[in-house]
Design a protein around this ligand. Structure first.
Ligand SMILES: Nc1ncnc2c1ncn2[C@@H]1O[C@H](COP(=O)(O)OP(=O)(O)OP(=O)(O)O)[C@@H](O)[C@H]1O
Length: 306
């Protein structure tokens, strides 16, 4: 028995035809977190989620959901998780409220315990409760998919690329709802290509590339791992050409008096960089630094193991 919301050990998948989609992937999703699963297209994220959903058979390894092994206790594992897939799947001739009632029926939720209207309210679809689902916009359908995944009140919710094709306003609404669910105790796993969102939303991030896990850390530590740092230095006189120095990785003149310097923070510190400027006889008037964002980290990690 594990305390993790999801625990994956040595998970592997080789598709018929020989494609190795997952290779020895192990990680835990701690309970109560918003956990980001990132990776480039084709990295294996959907395969992993489909294994958890019981839609794809793994070839090796183990996975537990809320302590239930997906092979030994598949029913308990299944009711512990709600999954929102990339594809929008529901019958267009049912209304949202009917869609949720049918789904609750499939999960054996007794009528008295169903909360279809509450769920529709939470995803801002209460005024569409009785409209035909096929008349909903793309964003509304996606929100209905989230509500559908929550009918059996699972402790873990997985969202596979939930905001692909959703406009910014709806995306914000969806994230607000994800945060509310998480605040109410639901562990959330999401895959996304929007790195800045993962950075903003997720407590912890795992990165998969070519079927292998290449990072699994608290978001803040992951961001801190970017080694490149940029400092913009404004000096007290016009500079004709940027000075060269071994501690600069790159230097560019971005105005008559502003130099943008990229340095490797594992090798030199900001003091040495500024010292190299003053050693050129230039006075420093202003300094600003740019923190690396997740995009930088992601690119440097995926590049280094490609
Ligand atoms: N049913 C299948 N049969 C054979 N190969 C498959 C199958 N499904 C996926 N693959 C391959 O396995 C690899 C991983 O695919 P997967 O869909 O898991 O990646 P992903 O990270 O979810 O990508 P995306 O973000 O594009 O959805 C890819 O090379 C894909 O082509």
């Amino acid at each position: 028995m594990t305390d993790a919301a999801i625990s994956i050990q040595g998970l592997g998948k080789t598709y018929k035809g020989g494609k190795r989609a997952l290779d020895g992937v192990s990680f835990d999703v701690p309970r109560g977190q918003i956990f980001g699963l990132l990776g480039p297209n084709g990295a294996g994220k959907s395969t992993l989620i489909n294994i958890l959903a019981g839609l794809v058979n793994k070839t090796e390894g183990r996975a537990t959901i809320w302590g239930f092994d997906i092979d030994e206790h598949p029913r308990n594992a299944k009711v512990s998780i709600g999954i929102v897939n990339q594809e929008i799947l529901f019958d267009p001739f049912f209304t949202p409220v009917e869609t949720l009632e049918i789904q609750a029926g499939l999960y054996g939720v007794p009528k008295g315990q169903r909360r279809s209207l509450d769920l529709l309210r939470a995803v801002h679809l209460e005024d569409k409760a009785n409209a035909y689902a096929r008349t909903l916009s793309g964003g509304m359908k996606r929100r209905l998919m989230v509500a559908k995944a929550m009918v059996h009140s699972p402790p873990v919710l997985v969202l596979d690329e939930p905001t692909a094709g959703v406009d910014i306003e709806l995306r914000q609404q969806l994230w607000a709802y994800v945060r509310e669910l998480n605040a109410a105790g639901v562990t959330v796993v999401l895959t996304t290509h929007y790195l800045e969102e993962a950075e903003e939303l997720c407590d912890r991030i795992a990165i998969i590339n070519h079927g292998r896990l290449i990072a699994n850390e608290p978001t803040r530590e992951l961001v801190g791992r970017a080694q490149e740092k940029i400092v913009a230095v404004t000096v007290d006189r016009d500079v004709a050409a940027p000075p060269a120095n071994a501690c600069f990785q790159k230097i560019a003149l971005v105005g008559d008096r502003t130099l943008e310097i990229t340095y490797d923070k594992s090798r030199v510190n900001a003091g040495e960089v500024l010292g190299a400027i003053t050693a050129e006889g230039l006075g420093i008037v202003d300094v600003s630094t740019k923190e690396p964002d997740l995009e930088d980290v992601f690119l440097s990690l995926t590049r280094s193991v490609a």
